[in-house]
Write a protein that binds this ligand. Structure first.
Ligand SMILES: Cc1cc2nc3c(=O)[nH]c(=O)nc-3n(C[C@H](O)[C@H](O)[C@H](O)COP(=O)(O)O)c2cc1C
Length: 157
């Protein structure tokens, strides 16, 4: 497999659409780096979402008491209830949050990262944490991060 010929699949967990806006902007602005790029809301997905030969980006906000968004619950829970080895999966994480939630900052994305790592998936680079309180714009910051991340992810191994 050469990564450049595999799709980028962005899995979106969101309540108020910020994460989806980030993913849609990545779809448009990173098309020169990888093709195709698919954006999938997590609604209705389960662990089989990771069956594809693809690069994955988890793009998830945090809600409730540091939880993954409602539309991400089924996928997140299936990583527990239907576990399987995910050693073929290479992924990155965009974790959206707000540092005013000091105890649970970006926990939604971090929870996915922890669970995927437990199942043997391989994260490329660091988790990108976006802070809704830091004055930066999530869409611009997410696209910039993803371009750097793709440069790393698409390097020949
Ligand atoms: C009711 C509510 C609860 C939230 N809880 C957390 C939290 O526990 N930790 C955190 O880092 N951010 C929290 N946030 C901030 C959101 O994750 C952040 O604003 C994010 O950008 C929203 O993305 P979305 O529009 O894709 O859902 C919360 C926001 C709301 C409205």
């Amino acid at each position: 497999m050469t990564a450049a010929s595999s799709p980028l699949i962005t899995l979106v967990g969101t309540v108020t659409s910020t994460a989806e806006n980030v993913a849609r902007a990545i779809e448009m602005d990173c098309a020169d780096l990888i093709h195709p790029i698919e954006v999938q809301r997590m609604d209705g997905l389960d662990i089989r979402a990771f069956d594809r030969d693809a690069l994955y980006v988890i793009c998830s906000s945090t809600h409730g008491a540091g939880d993954v968004p409602e539309n991400a619950q089924a996928l997140y829970q299936s990583l527990d209830s239907e576990p399987r080895y995910l050693g073929h999966v290479r992924y990155g994480v965009i974790a959206l949050g707000d540092s005013s939630y000091t105890q649970t900052f970006c926990n939604g994305g971090l929870r996915f990262d922890e669970r995927l790592a437990d199942l043997g998936a391989v994260r490329i680079g660091d988790v990108f944490r976006h802070d809704a309180s830091d004055g930066t714009e999530a869409v611009a910051a997410g696209v910039a991060w993803c371009r750097d991340w793709l440069a790393q992810a698409l390097q020949p191994s």
